[in-house]
Design a protein around this ligand. Structure first.
Ligand SMILES: [Zn+2]
Length: 98
């Protein structure tokens, strides 16, 4: 009665994969908003960059592409907290069912 081998449907709502988290500073004088605490992050200063990518559902006649996203955090603890939050969601859902 248990059919657990169903392949999970792969839709456009693919999960983001964390490529790498690096401390860096940029030469662009751009200001980004830290997705964790909402502070502004000056890219000229040392900050934490998180690179994510995921599969993007291709439009008709297109090849499968990947979507890339860069996030700038003010420091390591913000990046960690954000990654924690985004990667534990699935666990929490499983926990709530139990
Ligand atoms: Zn922050």
């Amino acid at each position: 009665m248990s059919k657990s081998c169903r392949p999970s449907p792969s839709t456009s709502d693919a999960e983001w994969t964390v490529r790498h988290v690096v401390p860096c500073s940029d030469w662009n004088s751009t200001t980004e908003t830290c997705p964790m605490c909402g502070d502004s992050v000056d890219l000229l200063d040392a900050h934490y960059q998180v690179e994510l990518d995921r599969e993007r559902a291709p439009a008709e006649g297109e090849k499968l592409t990947r979507e890339r996203r860069l996030l700038a955090f003010c420091d390591e603890s913000c990046a960690d907290a954000w990654l924690d939050e985004t990667t534990t969601v699935a666990d929490e859902v499983a926990d709530a069912n139990h």
